[in-house]
Design a protein around this ligand. Structure first.
Ligand SMILES: CC(C)(COP(=O)(O)OP(=O)(O)OC[C@H]1O[C@@H](n2cnc3c(N)ncnc32)[C@H](O)[C@@H]1OP(=O)(O)O)[C@@H](O)C(=O)NCCC(=O)NCCS
Length: 158
């Protein structure tokens, strides 16, 4: 591991490598909770979604690379709160993943700092993320980034 990490905006050519990380992210979560089981075509659907939005104004797809190897990515979308709230826009962080071998050396922090900078230029100061209650790694990470829980999502399967 060389650890000469670069954070940059993703391009369409990065999608296959992002999909590899996405599968790792999903399968990591599936071990914690079967809710996160991917569908047979899930990777294809996600690739199509990325292809459609990767250059959209309201999306920010970042990748972390070590030389040529992609080791992490982060997907953020600018969303609107319902018009009953004083706050209007927020950055919704959909995905954040660092490949196992590279975790714990600051790459997740670099990705989120880059998202915060991009949002600051757009006068966006609210950020949201959803993470599994079973994922202690992510609760530790988001807490360190300054995020505080404010909602609980409940799930029922009949
Ligand atoms: C969560 C994740 C993105 C964090 O990225 P990372 O590069 O490993 O994190 P960093 O090295 O920047 O760590 C920053 C802080 O997060 C916290 N953290 C990191 N790993 C942690 C762990 N295993 N347990 C608890 N807290 C942890 C620590 O407070 C750490 O600060 P410190 O190094 O001063 O102790 C990465 O570990 C990952 O991809 N995990 C698997 C997938 C996942 O959980 N994704 C998030 C879904 S919302």
């Amino acid at each position: 591991m060389t650890k000469k990490i670069t954070i940059r905006k993703a391009d369409a050519k990065d999608i296959p490598a992002i999909i590899v990380l996405w599968k790792e992210l999903m399968d990591f979560h599936k071990k914690l909770d079967s809710y996160f089981t991917r569908s047979a075509m899930g990777h294809k659907r996600f690739a199509d979604y990325l292809k459609k939005h990767i250059h959209s104004r309201n999306f920010r797809v970042l990748v972390a690379t070590d030389e040529e190897q992609m080791v992490g990515y982060c997907l953020t979308k600018i969303s609107k709160y319902p018009p009953v709230y004083k706050k209007q826009k927020y950055a919704d962080i959909f995905d954040l993943a660092v490949t196992k071998k590279y975790r714990g050396c600051g790459i997740g922090t670099m990705l989120i700092k880059s998202v915060l900078q991009w949002c600051a230029k757009r006068n966006i100061s609210c950020f949201e993320v959803r993470y599994s209650t079973k994922n202690e790694m992510s609760s530790g990470f988001w807490s360190k980034m300054g995020f505080r829980p404010y909602l609980k999502t409940a799930f029922l399967e009949t």
